[in-house]
Design a protein around this ligand. Structure first.
Ligand SMILES: *Cc1c(COP(=O)(O)O)cnc(C)c1O
Ligand SMILES: [Zn+2]
Length: 419
């Protein structure tokens, strides 16, 4: 059963056929998927979802396919970790970490959007898929396209982390490092997409792709016992993830799937060197000013965010706010999450943790209400960002004496992490 009706312009509302289209011919607004919610309402329930597969496909009634999925069978359904030790450190009552650092198969939430985009690409008849990426999308399209049997062209800025390059190349894509930043890569890809009949997951398939991010929000609500949290902090690059988490809560609310009244406040986390959305929010500006990104959080290094205005609206409509954090705060955020909860996140996750800490200390997030942090990627991919900041192992000789002198006699103390 498919509930995918059409595509619709987010600005003027004009409808378009459900093809690989992404801009409105009349007003240049971006297109969004339009569902038949009345029909969905008749079949969906908490029970029907709970009976589904332990993957993001348990929400397939709210995803933009006409038939069965053909990619990303094991993606999503990541843990929602009750983060009691971190809660104590941050002095808040009820804290959870949505841990997409362990999403299958490439350890970031991008596996969600790619599962949906590649399934739709197959339905639309593409044999080649492509993307413009800040790193994690490159990994995910490379891996998922290998599994699903697509030819694959991947475009990245030349200065990505080594692990993100290796973890793309290993899946044998045509990997193209462009001598420019993400915004330049993206512009080039728009030209290529106009000329070659490829499914660019975040360009001509963007309307479908973006819907995959909703599953992060659906899971949070389901895992909280069909409740939306009071507060949610998520990182932003293009701003798409934030808009879709909000859309997920709204859809669950509209379909009567939530136990509580939806009043989630959404907060945007961005790094100092690339914070166009957060800056506009904090300065109460109408205009989002593009920037030239310069940050260790390379997965968030988008200076001209495609969904910036929509993200800003969501944050402001929800009553949330934003925080901007420095590279040092990002490193501290990564280490704090690891030391307290045993979760090693990448730089984007460090941005989220550091931003949450700031928002709590500023009194913008109250200490006695439920809070979820969206941890979107894995720390093993961005080791160079913190290798200088984590210290070094003890060096000893292979004998007891050396161990006792060097290790047990050391002043270094174990941090207290007894649960
Ligand atoms: C892509 C990415 C984001 C940001 O996603 P947008 O939808 O572009 O805002 C956040 N975290 C990680 C780890 C990412 O790879
Ligand atoms: Zn339009």
């Amino acid at each position: 059963m498919s509930f995918l009706k059409s595509l619709r312009c987010r600005e003027c509302g004009r409808e378009y056929p459900k093809q690989a289209l992404y801009v409105c011919e009349y007003c240049f607004g971006s297109l969004e998927v339009n569902y038949d919610y009345d029909a969905i309402q008749k079949v969906i329930s908490r029970e029907s979802i709970a009976k589904g597969p332990k993957s993001l496909w348990r929400y397939r009634d709210l995803l933009p396919l006409e038939g069965n999925p053909s990619a990303g069978f094991y993606s999503g359904f990541t843990p929602l970790v009750k983060a009691d030790i971190l809660a104590k450190e941050l002095d808040v009552k009820e804290l959870y970490v949505k841990d997409d650092s362990v999403c299958h198969p490439t350890w970031s939430f991008k596996d969600r959007v790619v599962a949906v985009a590649l399934s739709r690409a197959r339905e639309l008849g593409f044999d080649t898929v492509a993307c413009a990426s800040t790193g994690n999308l490159a990994n995910s399209v490379s891996a998922n396209a290998a599994w699903a049997g697509f030819k694959r062209y991947i475009f990245i800025p030349h200065n990505l982390e080594k692990a993100k390059i290796v973890a793309s190349l290993v899946y044998a894509p045509q990997l193209v490092a462009v001598n420019g930043n993400y915004d330049e890569v993206n512009r080039l890809c728009s030209e290529i997409a106009a000329k070659y009949k490829w499914g660019f997951v975040n360009i001509n398939l963007r309307a479908y792709y973006a819907e995959g991010s909703k599953t992060l929000g659906f899971e949070i609500a389901e895992q909280l016992g069909w409740r939306a949290p009071d507060h949610l902090v998520a990182p932003a690059a293009s701003g798409s993830l934030i808009t879709k988490i909000w859309k997920a809560f709204k859809e669950f609310d509209k379909l009567g799937l939530l136990e509580n009244k939806l009043k989630t406040k959404i907060y945007c986390a961005q790094p100092q060197g690339s914070s166009p959305i957060a800056t506009a929010i904090l300065e109460k500006a109408d205009v989002i000013k593009p920037v030239k990104p310069q940050t260790i959080a390379k997965s968030l290094a988008i200076g001209n965010p495609a969904d910036g205005y929509y993200a800003k609206d969501v944050i402001q409509d929800s009553g949330g706010s934003a925080a901007i954090v420095s590279d040092d705060e990002i490193r501290d955020g990564i280490k704090l999450l690891a030391r307290t909860e045993g979760i090693f996140t990448e730089t984007a996750g460090g941005v989220t943790v550091a931003a949450a800490k700031k928002l709590i200390n500023q009194g913008l997030i109250p200490r006695n209400e439920s809070l979820v942090l969206a941890i979107t990627g894995n720390g093993l991919k961005t080791q160079e960002a913190i290798q200088e900041a984590v210290g070094a192992p003890y060096q000893i000789e292979p004998n007891l004496d050396s161990f006792e002198k060097t290790v047990m006699g050391s002043e270094k103390k174990h941090p207290e992490t007894v649960r």
